[in-house]
Design a protein around this ligand. Structure first.
Ligand code: FPP
Ligand code: ZN
Length: 420
């Protein structure tokens, strides 16, 4: 059988996008029309090739273009993105994580600049804000901690003030164990996940901080099987990931109905496109490759811990080939960056989560099972992401070793008791 490499994008349109040197995800309306046509054409072209060649085509990940797009964003970080002015730690995290997945190093000067910039987003009373001088919020706190762990230098680790971070988390906690996103803000399952993730990663977790949290999280699991933002709301992939990842971090996955979660999640993979939808009766979107796809390694880990479920390497939980095809064929934007679906323009959020989903589909690992599976060109392989934090595994191990040797907040209160 002869195998053909398949570059999904139209070369002339690719060149045009590559030369857009502002790095910003903005296109005029004429350009948007052109984008829509070009990417639809590439999808139809792929489907046609599939009919002719059946299994013989190898879609290519356009690594160099994605890296160039990501690096442009890193340079612009401190000056642009007025539209994402309250999400600057998120931009750092999305870009740094996508680059680590692509195994692309960042130079020492940039590492130091980004660490210092994130330091400016940290608030005096603890936690990180969406930008310097803004109020602390749990979402940018999660993004900043992940970004600093990806940077992975002593300077980056030292930016995190663990004492005030603990105070901030305590202030966001409600009496029933849920977490508000910010002072006076909404409480939802993202809060529980962001709090558990940063507390675990920086080694400041205490039983007092998460008393009642697992019980509150399972109240968000709906009759469909996925998790909602709050009890009584609709199941959604973004919230489902937060639910199962937070329960994993808190060692309480036994409290949820894992088989119902599995049934709901597998049914979110779309038969025609191969990608995932976020919720029942909605459209496929590349970012759910991670929010839904990332739940499988966690579900698998729970299932293998239960004796009555026999899972083997042949017993895959989702269609890893179809997901890789959707990401490689439909979600690569010509000239760099990844997207929600054909017709949309690139952004750093979709670039990061499409690549995270591709990594999960390539390195399926959960419990005792792990295998590598690449449907395309050999150069498509990404590094493996940790399914709980969505940071590459080596960086999680490194951060864990660093923070584990520091004093724990419960140790401090013991010391205070001894002194009194
Ligand atoms: C850690 C952290 C902060 C996680 C965030 C998780 C996440 C992506 C939540 C999504 C929330 C939501 C209801 C989106 C629906 O948007 P929509 O109606 O535009 O999209 P849809 O049609 O695909 O449902
Ligand atoms: Zn999306």
């Amino acid at each position: 059988m002869e195998l053909h490499n398949f570059r999904c994008c139209d070369p002339s349109f690719e060149e045009k996008c590559r030369n857009k040197d502002d790095g910003l995800p903005t296109f005029s309306s004429e350009e948007q029309d052109e984008v829509e046509d070009a990417v639809k054409k590439q999808f139809l072209n792929f489907k046609h090739r599939l009919e002719v060649d059946t299994e013989c085509i190898l879609p290519i990940l356009n690594r160099e273009d994605h890296i160039a797009f990501l690096k442009k964003g890193l340079v612009h970080l401190s000056s642009s993105y007025e539209c994402l002015d309250a999400s600057r730690p998120w931009l750092c995290y999305w870009i740094l994580h996508a680059l680590e997945l692509l195994d692309e190093p960042v130079n020492d000067e940039t590492i130091s600049q980004v660490a210092q910039f994130l330091g400016k987003c940290q608030c005096k009373d603890g936690g990180f804000a969406g930008g310097p001088g803004q109020y602390a919020h749990l979402a940018p706190t999660y993004a900043a901690v992940n970004a600093l762990c990806i940077l992975g230098t002593e300077e980056a680790f030292r930016v995190i003030d663990r004492e005030t971070l603990y105070d901030f988390l305590m202030r966001m906690r409600t009496s029933h164990g849920s977490f508000k996103m910010h002072e006076g803000g909404e409480e939802d399952i993202r809060g529980a996940y962001c709090a558990a993730s940063v507390a675990r990663l920086t080694n400041i977790i205490t039983s007092k901080l998460f008393d009642g949290t697992p019980e509150w999280i399972v109240r968000c699991q709906t009759y469909e099987g996925g998790f909602a933002g709050c009890p009584g709301m609709e199941a959604h992939g973004g919230y489902s990931f937060c639910g199962i990842a937070a329960l994993t971090l808190l060692n309480k996955t036994n409290l949820c109905d894992i088989k119902n979660l599995l049934r709901w999640t597998v049914n979110r993979q779309m038969k025609y496109e191969g990608g995932f939808q976020g919720r029942t009766n909605k459209l496929v979107d590349g970012c759910y490759s991670f929010w839904q796809g990332g739940a499988f390694p966690l579900i698998h880990m729970v299932l293998t811990m239960q004796d009555d479920v026999a899972l083997s390497a042949e017993n895959w939980l989702f269609h890893q080939k179809a997901l890789q095809e959707y990401i490689l064929v439909c979600c690569q934007f010509p000239g760099g960056g990844l997207i929600d679906k054909p017709g949309r323009v690139r952004d750093y959020y979709h670039t990061s989560y499409c690549l995270s989903g591709l990594s999960v589909a390539q390195h399926f690992a959960g419990g005792k099972l792990s295998h590598i599976y690449n449907i395309g060109h050999e150069n498509n392989m990404l590094r493996s992401t940790h399914p709980v934090y969505n940071v590459c595994v080596d960086k999680v191990v490194h951060a864990d070793l660093y923070f584990r040797q520091l004093e724990h907040p419960s140790q401090k209160s013991e010391d205070m008791k001894d002194q009194s």
